[in-house]
Design a protein around this ligand. Sequence first.
Ligand code: G3H
Ligand code: 13P
Ligand code: ZN
Length: 349
Amino acid sequence: MPLVSTRQLLDEAAKGGYGVGAFNVNDMEQIQAIMEAAKETNSPVIIQASRGARAFAQDNYLYHLMLAAAELYPQIPLAMHLDHGNSFETCESAIKLGFTSVMMDGSLKPDGKTPATFEENVAVTKKVVDYAHERGISVEGEIGVLGGIEDGHGAGGSGLDHVTDPDQAVEFAELTGVDSLAIAIGTSHGAYKFTKKPDGSVLKMDLLIAIHKRLPNTHLVMHGSSSVPKDLQDIINQYGGKLKETWGVPVEEIQLGIKNGVRKVNVDTDNRLAITGAIRKVFVESPEKFDPRDYMKPARAAMQKVVATRMVQFGQAGHAGDYTAISIADMAKGYANGTLVTKPLVGAK
Ligand code: G3H
Ligand code: 13P
Ligand code: ZN
């Protein structure tokens, strides 16, 4: 199957009532881990690259690795997504390269740190939507600001500093026409999300439910969705790591989100933890080894296990064969003739 639009994956997920994991990559082994997990669980999947990943791997390497994945796993619907684009130019370059969807994170200014105004966010996101839809590419916007910082990106602070206002979410969706919308409900990026096991009141699930009721046709996206499992933390610390005690987002909360309109679930940190733990284990247990394959193989296997587990938990497992790819050219026609244009408020209660 050629690379497909994230919009198609999310429309199918909405029909089937499940979520689709969007996993971050920086290198070949991470792409391989995700594709093997998708094959193992028969799942459609979104692979995403941040600006940091693009700089680390170089665009052409990333793109051709993604083409290889699509070629090697023709049965898997696979989308290539830009995570946290910070400007029109970043999104434009990703689209020119061949990404099949982009996130324009206009919740922050182009420095990727300072919260932007609502008007700035609408203006830049709308510009990206117009450019992208003309080319058959789908767009994720963000309203409200997540906590935490990854690779210099993010406003920092707690996830509860700038949660999404439902009125603004509705206005934003109407004004921009985004295909999907990332909302801030108290999560943050990275390993240090919560200092104790979050109970039902920590994440603002009531807010999520209210937003979904008012925007039933806009696919919701949950960033910062790593669960930071204790067993993965323990492996790292057992083999010389120094992680402080921390808690992530309980899978049950994500599943509640999926029941209420969340269709894309972003996970990076859990895979980083799995890889690092596996490599540390080899280094400590077999210090005589120096062939990178001796530690990259277990690292890749550890990531595959996490991804496959999430695919089952998010409900995408078993759905790879439900549909055939809509070409990007046909997606462009759909946006042009109105059939793919999101009508945010139709059917709202
Ligand atoms: O949004 C954050 C993702 O985990 C990507 O992180 O910017 O360090 O590549 P990064
Ligand atoms: P985590 O840091 O929780 O894995 O979140 C990743 C993410 O939201 C990428 O956009
Ligand atoms: Zn994110």
